[in-house]
Design a protein around this ligand. Sequence first.
Ligand SMILES: Nc1ncnc2c1ncn2[C@@H]1O[C@H](COP(=O)(O)OS(=O)(=O)O)[C@@H](OP(=O)(O)O)[C@H]1O
Length: 303
Amino acid sequence: MADKSKFIEYIDEALEKSKETALSHLFFTYQGISYPITMCTSETFQALETFEARHDDIVVASYPKCGSNWILHIVSELIFAVSKKKYEYPEFPVLECGDSEKYQRMEDFPSPRILATHLHYDKLPGSIFKNKAKILVIFRNPKDTAVSFFHFHNDVPDIPSYGSWDEFFRQFMKGQVSWGSYFDFAINWDKHLDDDNVKFILYEDLKEHLAAGIKQIAEFLGFFLTGEQIQTISVQSTFQAMRAKSQNTHGAVGPFLFRKGEVGDWKNLLSQTQNQEMDEKFKECLAGTSLGAKLKYESYCQG
Ligand SMILES: Nc1ncnc2c1ncn2[C@@H]1O[C@H](COP(=O)(O)OS(=O)(=O)O)[C@@H](OP(=O)(O)O)[C@H]1O
């Protein structure tokens, strides 16, 4: 294989740090939210306050395990289709991860820059809004998100494991996992999904209508592609296609990250009591909200 990409280099370093980290020491809290010490530091969070977004930055915002790597791939393929230049990540794309000098280095990166983030809406750097960067926000139903999150911890050999699914579920429901509570993340975004420069994407819809979803993303970003180009990207963006290349794109963690890519895997893991607890929490946090409707909870999380 050619030189390791910056992307893989960063993942490998984080995995190396994880090896020496027990689950009980994995998290630190910054402004009320838990983050993994293997990926985030308070120095980087402080430096992030000076980050200057550009008007043509493309931001992919999501809670962990909702499909951000999928959208990153689609966006980079769209850029390739319109520019004929392969998009190379000059850094690990998650904005809040890495050393505190990365924002200075990023000043020299060519446009458009693709930035991923799992930060809650109210923790995003203000320059993203001030400079009107385009934001793709992807949501996935909370049950499958929790299941994916658990497997990632417990399947990747170097990442600290939970004692059991039940233990993970308890922590997930309390929001004491990396990047905090799914439900706080969702509540924070609820009022902003129809803002200018924001495009909401539902994982489950994209899974069902991939080509149509890619076309919508292209239109939102102002890229004009032929139907044939959209079709080509769609073939390259299926779960199977991405999993087949995952070791090249993401290194050793690839096959664990691209695990199953299905809707409804929660049915294999959540007990009846856990289902009820999640349904109650959903009602309490999101019933009657715009995001609550957009998530189509009855279709994807019940029955
Ligand atoms: N092309 C495609 N189609 C369908 N599903 C896909 C695709 N690419 C990634 N995925 C699934 O997304 C889950 C990982 O989410 P993220 O990329 O957001 O993970 S991370 O938070 O950045 O670690 C993870 O979900 P699970 O398989 O359920 O664990 C991935 O398999």
